[in-house]
Design a protein around this ligand. Structure first.
Ligand code: F6P
Length: 500
């Protein structure tokens, strides 16, 4: 029987209850369903559950062995079983484990950081003004998010990102830059990714002088064949998943955008969350609360989607980043042993920055037929002088969580708000490298714990391979060579070729 089986009975018990009603009968939940970890505060009291549900969820967590699972990850067991790999991004940012495998990984990470520091210092001492980072997926989204969130006015470098194989991406970035004042980093764990190799080739040719070309990869041979020497290549390892890699040398563009010291502070923040996730008892464990809430919303309330709504312009790329982290990790329908999962796994994650999104999709959040659970993320201290804007931002953040939960009655059905829309509020005291590191690490650990609850492997991504294989097979046909088997694709190719 699924470990999640008992949840349906609770969902039925609460079917006639509303979030507002649950808070009214138990006002202390506003404080009791909240946790603080350093600069990060989380409040779960506007979720559609009560204390009995939490007892059931934490019971499930105990029986599923979440605490032991966390330890196995930190200790470097090969929990990515389909690929026989350890999952040790935690070793990139601290001493989370004394296990020999983890210590060995940590030593490699520290040595790579020293090399990265030297490369950053070398570039800072030169006359380069712009950095072009080329990568995709996990080799792009994390650096892009953190550089965008934390770079300060007057930063030493402007850092640009090219990911899409669409040539417009490279053209737009390069058009504004001077190749003589630019350096580029080609980031690819495998150094076999089509998009990155094509864009890397464009940028290598555009630079002209390849002494300003750098690489990050596990595959030193492919990097050398591409024309980047070992002294300008930083390592990656198969014990770091792409979507968990911003803490490694994949974060080279981050270190250039925000400085090496602040990059290390980002790692410190993540390490603090690692210590919390590993050591806090389940009932006080923020990663466990977050994961159990996700499972409740998906498996008991059957929410098909989950919104993530940062109320801070600097975190506008967080939804994009989390889409890969969460959906590439949890978009699975078989258990670790290959048997079909009975429970629904990951919902579709989507979102955008408040308050812009209030004027786009919030109508559907308030009055659409689906209740969409949301993570609202706010930052309490402003780092700009526009006090009134900041107060308005925070008022909107508070207002939306309240309005979605409580709704509003009206005789006019068009003006009625049903409410009962669950949300979690995550608040950072300020947006610093440490607090952002903590926030991202929280999501990483929540994702892993969700995977344990669902019995799936969060660390492979075979689902992305088929499309790549078909594209490789079709490329010759687009170039006018080779046969195509599929009747629809054949017809579409005819249309492509007639109109191009
Ligand atoms: O999208 C599939 C994927 O394999 C991701 O998991 C990975 O982050 C991305 O492609 C890029 O891979 P690489 O770093 O090897 O270029």
């Amino acid at each position: 029987m699924s470990p999640l089986a008992g949840l349906d009975a609770h969902a039925q018990r609460l079917a006639g209850s509303s979030i507002a009603g649950l808070v009214e009968t138990d006002p202390a939940r506003a404080r009791d369903f909240a946790l603080r970890v350093g600069p990060l505060y989380a409040n779960f009291s506007r979720q559609r559950y009560d204390r009995a549900v939490l007892d059931a969820l934490f019971g499930i967590a105990g029986r599923a062995g979440l605490a032991g699972a966390m330890r196995r990850q930190l200790d470097g067991e090969a929990i990515n079983s389909t690929e026989g790999r350890a999952v040790l991004h935690t070793a990139l940012r601290g001493e989370a484990s004394g296990a020999p495998v983890a210590r060995d990984a940590r030593a490699q990470a520290v040595a790579a950081q020293a090399r990265m520091r030297a490369l950053v210092a070398g570039l800072e001492a030169g006359d380069v003004t712009d950095i072009v980072s080329i990568g995709i997926g996990g080799s792009d989204l994390g650096p892009r998010l953190v550089a965008d969130a934390l770079s300060l006015p007057g930063a030493r470098f402007r850092v640009h990102f090219v990911s899409n194989v669409d040539g417009n991406a490279a053209q737009r970035v390069l058009a504004a830059l001077d190749p003589k004042r630019s350096a580029a980093i080609v980031i690819s764990k495998t150094f076999g990714t089509q998009e990155t190799l094509l864009n890397g080739g464009i940028v290598r040719d555009w630079l002209g002088d390849d002494s300003r070309l750098y690489a990050v990869s596990t595959n030193a041979q492919r990097v050398a064949d591409f024309g980047i020497p070992a002294e300008r290549t930083l390592p990656m390892w198969d014990w770091v998943g792409g979507r968990y890699s911003l803490w490694s040398a994949v974060g080279f563009p981050i270190a250039l955008a925000i400085g090496m010291e602040r990059f290390l502070q980002l790692l410190d923040g993540a390490a603090a969350m690692d210590a919390h996730a590993a050591d806090a008892p389940l009932r006080e464990n923020l990663a466990a609360w977050h994961a159990l809430t996700a499972v409740w919303n998906r498996n008991a309330l059957h929410a098909a989607t989950q919104a993530v709504l940062p109320y801070d312009e600097r975190l506008r790329l967080l939804p994009n980043y989390l889409q890969q982290l969460v959906m590439e990790s949890l978009g699975k329908s078989v258990h670790v042993d290959g048997s079909a999962v009975a429970a629904e796994t990951v919902p579709v994650w989507w979102g955008g920055a408040g308050t812009d999104t209030q004027h786009s999709f919030f109508q559907a959040l308030h009055q659409g037929t689906q209740a969409v659970p949301a993570d609202f993320i706010g930052v309490l201290q402003a780092d700009h002088p526009y006090t009134q804007n900041h107060q308005a931002l925070l008022a909107n953040l508070l207002a939306q969580t309240e309005a979605l939960a409580n709704g509003q009655a009206s005789d006019d059905p068009h003006r009625r708000y049903p409410g009962n829309r669950p949300s979690t509020l995550l608040l950072l005291d300020a947006l610093t490298p440490q607090s952002l590191g903590m926030l991202i690490a929280l999501y990483e650990h929540s994702v892993y714990l969700q995977s344990v609850l669902w019995g799936i492997n969060a660390f492979d991504q075979f689902g992305v391979e088929l499309g790549k294989q078909v594209a490789n097979r079709l490329l010759p046909a687009l170039q006018g060579e080779g046969e195509v088997d599929d009747a629809v694709t054949r017809e579409l190719l005819r249309e492509f070729n007639a109109r191009r």
